[in-house]
Design a protein around this ligand. Sequence first.
Ligand code: FAD
Length: 106
Amino acid sequence: PPDVEALGRATWSFLHTTAAYYPTRPTPHQRANMLNLIHALPALYPCSNCAEDFGDKIKENPPDVSSRERLSRWFCERHNEVNEKLGKETFDCAKVDERWKDGPPD
Ligand code: FAD
């Protein structure tokens, strides 16, 4: 079976980074592709309990693919739901760009 922790770190890195570089004003095609990517996770993510819970969460909070900022926040909030479920500290979503795009201020 996959290493669920390493898989999770790699997947969040991919998702947050992809959101960080998503367009400020995405085209309908870009929005549709992002929705497809998100909706594929509950069907394909190789941790069945993770996938099932994530599927429930995206039904409660449908993805906002309307802009880079909104999508980044949406992923941050979903990741925080998993953090809470696992008893981890929540992340300050004001800092997503610093973590996943710009790096620390100098
Ligand atoms: P991770 O949680 O992987 O975080 C990696 C880095 O992201 C952190 O070091 C931090 O810098 C940054 N970060 C943390 N929180 C946020 C945030 N809210 N927004 C932006 N950046 C942030 N594991 C399970 O055991 N059960 C599950 O049900 C489960 N569901 C998952 C669902 C999905 C969709 C994904 C992608 C992963 C899931 N995982 C689940 C894995 C879990 O979320 C962690 O990835 C794993 O436990 C490793 O945790 P970590 O403490 O190393 O850091």
